[in-house]
Structure formats: C-alpha cells, structure tokens
Write a protein that binds this ligand. Structure first.
Ligand SMILES: Cc1cc2nc3c(=O)[nH]c(=O)nc-3n(C[C@H](O)[C@H](O)[C@H](O)COP(=O)(O)OP(=O)(O)OC[C@H]3O[C@@H](n4cnc5c(N)ncnc54)[C@H](O)[C@@H]3O)c2cc1C
Length: 320
C-alpha cells in the first residue's frame, strides 16, 4: 500500500503549461521520480518561449536578487547542455552587452563569468561588456525538453484548462505564463510585447545587445543556426501578436546602423511574443479549494529562458 509519504514523493503531478518554464519544471520533476503529466493549451510553436531570442541574461525580471540566483543555477545547466549543441540547442556564444561596464555587472555575475571584460573599440563603438554566454535556439531546445520529459516517463497532452482544480493529481504546478492572468486569475500578470525579424545571416558570428539611452530602445542581433534574429521591442500592455511592418522596418534599420551588412539580409520571418511580466515572479506554494497542493511558477517577464532551471528546481522542491 502506498503511504501518504510515498504518495507525496512518487505521486502524480500535473504541470499546466508547455513553454520553457512548464517543460523544464516537468523534466526536473520527472527525473526526480514523479509521475508527470504536462497539459498545454498551445503547441510549442505557438508559445512565447519559442519566440525568445534565447540569450542567457536577466532582463525585465523581478525580484532581481532571486532572479540572479535562479539565473546562475540555470547557467550551470546550460553550460553542460552546450557540450551537445546539435541535440539540446544550447551553445556558448560570444558577444557584447552595450552600455554596460564590468563594474556595473556586480559580483554575482563576474565571479561566475570570469571572461567578462570591457569590449574593445573594434568590438563595439561605445562602452560595452564582452561576454561568453549561453545562447539557446528555442526551436530546437523546446522539442528537446519535450523528448527528455517523455524519456523520463512524462506525458504531454494538448489540453486547455479553465480552472486549475480540473487537474486530477495530488499536486498541480501552474506554469501558464501570461495565461495565469485569466486562469488564477491574476491581473498583475501583463504582456510586454516583443517583436523580432528573422533574416538570413549575412556572416555574423557574435551577438550584440545595444541600449539607446535616449529612446530606451534595445536593439539586438543574435545568431542562431541558419538565421539571425533581429530585435527588439518591449511594449507594455500591448496584446497584438500580429507583426507590425513599420516596427519590423525600424528594427532592421536599427540593427543595420550597428552592422551595415544586415541592411541587405533577406527576411525569412517575423515573430511576436508576449512576455509574461509581473512585479515579481510568482514561485510559491498555494492550495486548491479542495486542499490539494498547488505550486505557482509564472511571471518570468523577459528572462524565462535565463532562469528556467533555477525556477524549475525550486518549483520541484515546493511540489514535494
Ligand atoms: C521577443 C522576445 C524575446 C525574448 N528573449 C529572451 C531571451 O533572450 N532570454 C530570455 O531568458 N528570455 C527571453 N524572452 C522571455 C521569454 O520568452 C519568457 O520569459 C518565457 O518564454 C516565459 O515562458 P513561460 O513558459 O512562462 O511562458 P509561455 O512560453 O507563454 O508558455 C505558457 C504555456 O502555458 C500554456 N497555457 C497558458 N494558459 C493555459 C491554460 N489555461 N490551460 C493550459 N495551458 C495553458 C500555454 O499554452 C503555453 O504552453 C523573450 C521574449 C520575447 C517575447
């Protein structure tokens, strides 16, 4: 007979949400011996996560100190995964964070990323920080996470949930991102719209993120296998997932100002994603009306990829 303790440790968990947060959380739980069923309303190709540029760096995420700790844990994992880039979609990649100095980064990152240094004038026309960071090809990484989940005994079902209590398991983990706004409901989760242009890579190997102090706009390009991602935008409370041609044109223009060869690059696709922003990530235990355990793991803003593994491990701890 299964004791209550066994039930807690080996019992079933339903993870709601199949973006990077839900999949990573489900993998951690399944590999710790839980029987995991993941329910997702959208297929991976329609999540915010697949749109992400995939650069490891805490951006638009609160609370900062916790996000840094989750990011560092995720860095450990991504460094390991980068040994098998074809399989995992994770690569260590060099580039420059513009308008950032090594001093500004703080001890949290410099201790862990010893290669950080000021960018040379040849690398960036301005103050910049050179770094070698994980860059995740989400179109490869998400399917790989799904395969890893299935290999650990988990299942994935296309299924929309209108009430978290529908999930028939002793423990339910809510990783619904922006979906938590209606589902929990939690009106403090709000969209921060991001648009990208995908172009043929005109021969760029390093990534660049540049912030314009005047306009507050961030411009970046990130080389991914077979393509170059150009960004970006961050429009608060904007819900449209339709690419705006004028915004796309401005993104290409801003990127080409940094690297002229981008101007003539053939456009392959336009992408829009709604970042699930919140004043603070919600990563905590709660209870369903019938007393079952609920763990929330949502609201990762512009850094869900960056913190995914740290948050997944914390969610798994809260689930046990
Ligand atoms: C343009 C852009 C660039 C970005 N670049 C980066 C980057 O470089 N680095 C980085 O770290 N982050 C980046 N981000 C942020 C990152 O994409 C998000 O933080 C992350 O994808 C959030 O993951 P998630 O799993 O919480 O949400 P999502 O990917 O949105 O997944 C939510 C899941 O929940 C499911 N769901 C929702 N409601 C329900 C329901 N009622 N029932 C069942 N299922 C439901 C959805 O179907 C989906 O599967 C970027 C975002 C954008 C838009």
């Amino acid at each position: 007979m299964e004791t209550e303790l066994d039930g807690e440790l080996t019992g079933e968990v339903v993870v709601v949400g199949g973006g990077v947060i839900g999949l990573t959380t489900a993998v951690v739980l399944a590999e710790r011996g839980r029987r995991v069923r993941l329910w997702t309303r959208e297929p991976v190709e329609r999540t915010t996560s697949v749109v992400a540029g995939g650069l490891w760096w805490p951006y638009r995420i609160e609370p900062v100190a916790l996000a840094q700790a989750w990011a560092l844990r995720s860095l450990d994992v991504y460094e390991e995964l980068a040994a098998r880039p074809e399989e995992t979609g994770v690569r260590m990649s060099e580039g420059v964070l513009g308008e950032t100095t090594p001093d500004e980064v703080g001890a949290w990152a410099s201790a862990r990323l010893p290669g950080l240094r000021a960018a040379t004038a040849g690398e960036y026309a301005g103050v910049g920080l050179w770094a070698r960071l994980p860059l995740v090809d989400m179109s490869a990484h998400l399917p790989w996470l799904r395969r890893r989940l299935v290999a650990a005994g988990g299942t994935v079902e296309d299924r929309a949930v209108s009430d978290l209590a529908e999930a028939d398991a002793p423990v339910v983990v809510n990783c619904t991102g922006l979906g938590a706004r209606d589902l929990v409901p939690d009106p403090s989760v709000r969209p921060v719209r991001g648009q990208l242009v995908v172009v043929e890579n005109p021969g760029i190997h390093d990534w660049l993120v540049s912030a314009d102090a005047g306009s507050g706009e961030t411009t970046y390009f990130l080389p991914q296998p077979g393509r170059l991602l150009l960004g970006g935008t961050a429009e608060e409370d904007a819900w449209s997932t339709e690419p705006d041609p004028a915004v796309a044109e401005a993104i290409v223009r801003r990127c080409a100002a940094l690297r002229p060869e981008i101007a003539g690059a053939r456009v392959l696709a336009h992408r829009v994603g709604l970042r699930p922003a919140r004043d603070a990530v919600r990563l905590e235990r709660a209870v369903l009306p019938d007393g079952r355990r609920l763990v929330h793991n949502y609201g990762h803003g512009g850094a869900g990829v960056t913190v995914a593994w740290g948050c997944a491990e914390e969610a798994a701890r809260l689930a046990s």
